[in-house]
Design a protein around this ligand. Structure first.
Ligand SMILES: [Cu+2]
Length: 249
């Protein structure tokens, strides 16, 4: 009896540890780019993705780890992408189906290696894509995360065509909402060099500091999807600034 109970506890615990995830790889303008794999030693890994310790979410909305995960230390490389190019992020085995996906960028500088000396702290970040509740109710509707699960764990984003050339961090953020009153943030960052003839940069109204953009008491974050009146609502407001798309479609 006791052994059985122990076995159940152990398997429940390991399920919980495994029931998270993140980006393992990218495809950038058609070129495969391995991510940093958190469960392998750092030595020998060379990635465009900033280092992260494990699959667990970030809970503290004021934590510096919210920017590029824990520890979010530097990547070894960067990937070239033209403005208007596509970046695909792969989340193999991603488990959760209630929540949003927001893709952000931050300008590091004009030199291709500028992101290597940029910690991502400060009012530098702008959204380039966001998807929350697309259709139906908060409890049962079509969320970005359901779309991720039915798209071979792939999330595709286009770099705005008119974006100014330079080095940028790209930050993919999942906000999972399946645990009552406990939003889970899953951020990962990668280094890009965007080329092209674009001349635009997002203006002030689009720029935020990641360690301050989310409020723990925001009704879009501090909620339970399982109870009324929230469960049957068909609107979920995506928090934060508007998405910057540039002037060229
Ligand atoms: Cu999880």
């Amino acid at each position: 009896m006791r052994a059985n109970l122990l076995a159940i506890l152990v398997s429940a615990l390991s399920l919980r540890v495994r029931a998270h995830g993140g980006i393992w790889n990218y495809s950038i303008a058609g070129t495969w780019q391995p991510g940093y794999f958190p469960y392998y030693p750092a030595e020998g890994q060379s990635s465009i993705q900033r280092h992260w310790a494990d699959f667990r979410p970030i809970y503290d909305v004021s934590s510096p780890y919210l920017v590029c995960n824990n520890p979010g230390s530097n990547a070894e490389k960067y990937a070239d992408i033209p403005a208007g190019g596509e970046i695909k992020a792969y989340y193999p085995g991603w488990p959760h189906d209630i929540g949003a996906i927001i893709v952000w960028m931050a300008y590091c500088g004009v030199q291709p290696d500028a992101c290597f000396s940029f910690d991502g702290i400060g009012k530098h970040w702008f959204k380039i894509r966001q998807v929350g509740l697309e259709d139906g109710t908060i409890r049962n509707g079509q969320w970005a995360l359901k779309e991720l699960l039915t798209s071979n764990y792939t999330w595709t984003t286009t770099i705005p065509t008119s974006l100014h050339e330079g080095a940028y961090l790209i930050r993919h953020e999942i906000i999972a909402l399946h645990v009552p009153y406990t939003p889970e943030f899953y951020p990962e960052c990668a280094h890009l060099y965007v080329s092209g003839s674009g001349q635009e940069k997002p203006s002030e109204q689009y720029l935020v500091d990641i360690t301050g953009v989310w409020k723990a008491n925001d009704p879009s974050l501090n909620l339970t999807i399982y109870e009324e009146p929230t469960a049957s609502k068909t609107q979920w407001v995506i928090p934060g600034p508007p998405v910057w798309r540039g002037s060229v479609a």
